[in-house]
Design a protein around this ligand. Structure first.
Ligand SMILES: Nc1ncnc2c1ncn2[C@@H]1O[C@H](COP(=O)(O)OP(=O)(O)OP(=O)(O)O)[C@@H](O)[C@H]1O
Length: 399
């Protein structure tokens, strides 16, 4: 499928009218950022924060208008109170930085080079968090959140202390997937921190806890990246062996600055077999390589369909693409997860399959992937029983 271009997106947004004065949001210069990643389009619309609650209709209209453009499979529109020039997520860039050792994760391509750094802004420090894993995808809807949740539970089942951060600012779905729709963080005993809600023994923080589902998200001040940093920093995570971060889909500026600003131990990339030549996954991989974050490997989600009655396996989509791509790109192939109604229902009903079917074959598949991730983490920072091999939190400062 051909990707949409900027002109098509602007033309679509031109038809979106601000009800206050009947003018197009394009004419009013409200469109602050258009981020196109193949078929995924993220838009920021600048609004007056006072009008926030009344703007959900406008946001949805804009989303529908963009989704209707030829070649768009995922359209997301977020509202911002900040009128920034250029990109919607113009988080500070972080050039230059301390080095990562070569070939840090098992079997991966060499990660030689400098981690970005600059001057001015304080680096994030999470001294009680032993490792951070980001779960990313080149495009939306491939099952990244479902995979994040089930991997987090699988890592916890191995006896690790696990936290889960929902960094998907455009559509936070972890509260729903973990049955925490009505949960809210509470003030913690630690000054200025929040105790996050827990489910199935893991602490979870999400922008979804802070916003009303009926109300649009309005990014103020430091905007998306700042909000994510705040969630990371101001949450009482306790002592964690692993923090799993469910990244926003795509490979735009937010994802890039997230990969730069957060001290990531390793990234895993989720893809579906039907992505043409897994181009999106390749983009995700390249993004992490660009900022010298080790890529622990690729996961193929919705890999095949196994008939629950007769056990017959159907490769509904092209099968094995991720495995082949992993070989070509010289990163480990971590495993495949089938397309299964039980996985979808579990995710949609807040009962992840790894919890509801602990002895099932899907749980085993997630468990096998979690084993590989845990091994790659150990290789990076040393086994949990030993002091950390090296600091996860190098002295990086940012412009
Ligand atoms: N292996 C699977 N089998 C069946 N359904 C699945 C599987 N993985 C994910 N799904 C379903 O696919 C849909 C999208 O999954 P999910 O929200 O995890 O994707 P995502 O990549 O995080 O999406 P987004 O880009 O919107 O954040 C959900 O309804 C989920 O239940």
């Amino acid at each position: 499928m051909t990707s949409p271009n900027r002109e098509q997106i602007i033309a679509a947004l031109n038809s979106v009218i601000d009800p206050v004065d009947g003018q197009s949001i394009v004419a009013k210069d409200m469109v602050q950022g258009i981020d196109i990643n193949d078929q995924t389009v993220n838009i920021m619309i600048a609004v007056d924060p006072q009008r926030g609650p009344s703007l959900e209709d406008l946001r949805q209209t804009a989303e529908k208008a963009v989704a209707a453009v030829n070649g768009v499979t995922t359209a997301r529109v977020a509202l911002t109170a900040e009128r920034a020039k250029g990109a919607p997520d113009s988080a500070p860039k972080a050039p230059g930085g301390p080095s990562r050792p070569a070939g840090a994760a098992s079997g991966q391509a060499g990660q030689v080079g400098q981690r970005p750094q600059g001057g001015g802004q304080k680096p994030l420090e999470l001294p009680d968090v032993r490792s951070i894993i980001t779960v990313a995808s080149g495009k939306g809807g491939v099952g990244k959140s479902t995979t994040s949740v089930n991997l987090a539970l699988s890592l916890a089942a191995k006896g690790l202390k696990v936290g889960l951060l929902d960094a998907d600012i455009y559509g936070p779905s972890l509260p729903r997937m973990l049955g925490l729709r009505d949960a809210k963080p509470k003030p913690s005993d630690i000054d200025g921190k929040m105790t996050p809600p827990s489910a199935f023994g893991i602490r979870i923080m999400s922008i979804g806890f802070m916003i009303d589902e009926e109300q649009p998200v309005i990014w103020r001040g430091p905007m998306a990246m700042g909000a994510l940093e705040q969630l990371l920093r101001d949450t009482d995570w306790g002592v964690l062996d692993v923090m799993v971060v469910d990244m926003p889909p795509g490979t735009g500026d937010i994802q890039l600055s997230m990969a730069q600003r957060v001290p990531v131990t390793g990234a895993v990339i989720v893809s579906t077999p039907q992505d043409i030549a897994l181009l999106d996954a390749r983009k995700g991989l390249n993004m992490f390589r660009k900022v010298n974050v080790p890529v622990f490997g690729l996961i193929e989600n919705m890999s095949y369909y196994k008939c629950p009655e007769c056990g017959h396996i159907d490769h509904v989509f092209d099968h094995g693409g991720a495995h082949k791509a992993a070989d070509e790109l010289n990163v480990p192939f971590l495993g495949e997860i089938p397309l299964d109604l039980k996985i979808r229902l579990g995710a949609d009903e807040g009962k992840p399959i790894v919890h509801s079917d602990p002895d099932g074959e899907h749980t085993k598949a997630y468990g096998a992937i979690a084993d590989k991730i845990a091994a790659a983490i150990d290789e990076q920072v040393g086994p949990v029983s030993e002091p950390k091999k090296k600091s996860l939190f190098p002295k990086i400062s940012f412009k």
